[in-house]
Design a protein around this ligand. Structure first.
Ligand SMILES: *Cc1c(COP(=O)(O)O)cnc(C)c1O
Length: 351
């Protein structure tokens, strides 16, 4: 007993979405994975990967990945910090910038890992409710004046995106760090990358997990001014991106056409699914991501999620303030979305 710090003892663990064992046939619309396979260039790189480099330590800075990201995003290499997924970058930020006498601010509801990291560092956590319509409460976030402010944009689980102007106003109004988590940016109409150039307190996070169909690979990166990244770098695990993820991630980043084609298909399916769920009596919020936040007509989201699960369709239900009457549904392939709609119709008919 007594091995753990008091704050670790007291905190609730982060609970990932359910991952059914391989081989079980389910329609998996609960963790925002991309329904399409990774780029053929990634699969080629996997097949032709020479095992000998695995004997050695990888490049600690994942130089090939950094170079590819630098070219694709048109930012200098030393503005890019590679991560073992964006979770890893969030942890680096927390280690470098968060402590008991400091505050972490984020709008709620949002990605719960920001809260998890704040608890681990035993920091003061300030949760600022999103506005009534779930838009970003810029003035209240400025008012909270966090040492670190996290904004997922597009946000999860709402799917809403704040305009760049609002994020710029936020960056301008804060003296602490503003972390803009762009995990879903590949499905959105715009991005905030330029704010990393315009503001010295802005860090942009990107990942291969969603847009690039590579959640299992664990690769992401941060974009910020070199002065900022050099501080974060001190908290990085030495070899946080393995040789194989670096090689495959580089191939993925270099195939923008494929990623954009898949994202376009997801966006088209998203808009179609939004219309169809609307016809079934769901309230559907306007999403810029690869999922939809919806409210069933009777508000009994827990029951709908349980009914769907019985019919082999997994969606995400959060028994949390402002979310208890809603579901977050990942956009799948056309066939998966059809299976979802059929399951909803069957549940309604009591079949
Ligand atoms: C899915 C998601 C991530 C991705 O994390 P990875 O560690 O890169 O897989 C980050 N932020 C948000 C808000 C997400 O929903």
């Amino acid at each position: 007993m007594g091995y753990f710090l008091d704050n670790i003892e007291a905190m609730a663990p982060y609970v990932p979405g359910e991952q059914p064992p391989p081989g079980r046939r389910v329609v998996k619309l609960n963790t925002n994975e991309n329904p399409y396979p990774p780029s053929p260039a990634v699969l080629d790189a996997l097949r032709t990967f020479d095992g000998d480099p695995l004997r050695r330590y990888p490049d600690a800075m994942a130089g090939a990945l950094r170079q590819a990201v630098s070219e694709v995003l048109d930012v200098p290499r030393d503005w890019i910090l590679p991560g073992n997924g964006s979770d890893d970058l969030i942890m680096m930020i927390a280690r470098a910038c968060v402590a008991p006498h400091r505050s972490v601010v984020y709008p709620t509801p949002t990605f719960e890992f920001y809260h998890t990291q704040a608890r681990i560092e035993d920091a003061r956590c300030v949760e600022v409710p999103l506005q009534e319509d779930f838009s970003l409460p810029v003035d209240a976030l400025i008012e909270a004046s966090g040492d670190v402010t996290f904004v997922a944009n597009p946000n999860s689980p709402t799917g809403l995106a704040a305009p760049v102007d609002a994020l710029a106003a936020l960056a301008d109004g804060l003296s602490g760090l503003l972390v803009i988590d762009e995990a879903y940016v590949d499905f959105a109409d715009g991005d905030a990358l330029d704010l990393a150039r315009r503001f010295e307190n802005v860090v942009i996070l990107r990942t291969l997990s969603k847009g690039y169909s590579l959640a299992g690979l664990r690769v992401g990166w941060a974009v910020a001014r070199p002065g900022l990244l050099s501080g974060l770098l001190k908290t990085k695990a030495i070899y946080n991106v393995g040789a194989l993820p670096c090689r495959l991630g580089t191939a993925a980043v270099r195939d923008q056409d494929y990623k954009n084609q898949c994202a376009d298909r997801v966006r088209a399916s998203r808009d179609r699914l939004a219309g169809e769920l609307g016809e079934l009596g769901f309230t559907v919020w306007p999403s810029q991501a690869n999922f939809l936040m919806v409210r069933p007509g009777d508000g009994d989201a827990g029951r709908v999620a349980a009914n769907l699960k019985e019919r082999g369709v997994l969606v995400r239900y959060y028994d949390k303030p402002r979310l208890g009457d809603k579901l977050r549904i990942t956009v799948g392939t056309e066939e998966e979305n059809r299976a979802l709609l059929d399951a909803l119709a069957a549940a309604r008919g009591g079949a």
